[in-house]
Design a protein. Structure first.
Length: 249
């Protein structure tokens, strides 16, 4: 089960992912797996899931600490646990500014928050131990941490504006990279450099991810692949499939 709540002040969405009930019960019923998952050393059994690129970065509570999930350039497998996972997914271009670091340095990897901003974030509950109360506690720590970072930051609105310009869901039709560079008065080289700092990869790759996500949203809503491809600007469904293969394999 997955649910999320928009937090406008943080330009982010709070999300909670709960493992499938059948998997959780199987974990609890099997003594060997139960000892791994719930024993004193809490070495959780993996429950891998496919994480697809979305142009965003997250703060996630894992094993009692906050980690940064950098922007993914392609899909990756996430080896979670039988416990719920709580995270904050920030709009494209926001989290690197809160961390005062380049998104390119964090792309395609998971990094402890302390390693980037220093200090310790004590009191993050292990959501595998206390049920709903721990999920609520983990969410509160995430929201408080993000709130503190936001209060200290002076956000540059250009990254968010560029992401909107390249996203067919926000700007229909979406700008091409050349059009976006002209609109923001950047040379192509400047736009590539800034995009890497803001998003973790260049504007062409970001536009590719955003268009594929827009097509997937339409397909999930019931459109045919051909109709979805045409609506978001692909030449045909085959072009959509090529992008999909290059992003998720």
């Amino acid at each position: 089960m997955y649910r999320e709540t928009r937090i406008p002040r943080l330009r982010a969405s709070l999300w909670v992912s709960v493992p499938d009930t059948a998997d959780f019960l199987a974990e609890a019923a099997d003594p060997a797996r139960r000892n791994l998952a719930f024993g004193p050393d809490a070495v959780h059994s993996p429950a891998p899931s496919l994480i697809v690129p979305d142009g965003c970065m997250d703060l996630i509570v894992l094993d009692g600490r906050i980690v940064i999930a950098g922007a993914d350039s392609t899909a990756r497998m996430f080896h979670g646990s039988v416990a719920p996972t709580v995270g904050l997914r920030f709009d494209s271009g926001v989290l690197p500014q809160l961390l005062t670091t380049s998104a390119g340095e964090l792309a395609d990897r998971v990094t402890p928050l302390d390693a980037v901003i220093g200090g310790r974030h004590a009191g993050v509950p292990n959501v595998g131990e206390g049920g709903a109360a721990s999920v609520t506690g983990a969410a509160r720590v995430l929201l408080d941490t993000a709130g503190d970072l936001t209060d200290r930051a002076l956000l540059d609105l250009r990254p968010m504006a560029l992401a909107r310009a390249l996203d067919v869901r926000s700007s229909s039709p979406a700008h091409t990279v050349t059009e976006a560079a002209a609109e923001f008065a950047y040379s192509p080289r400047q736009l590539r450099r800034l995009s890497a700092e803001w998003f973790g990869y260049g504007p062409k790759h970001l536009a590719k991810i955003l268009r594929w996500r827009a097509a997937r949203d339409l397909i999930d809503a019931g459109r045919s692949r051909t109709a979805a491809a045409a609506e978001v600007g692909y030449a045909d469904a085959a072009h959509l499939r090529r992008d999909e293969r290059s992003l998720i394999g």
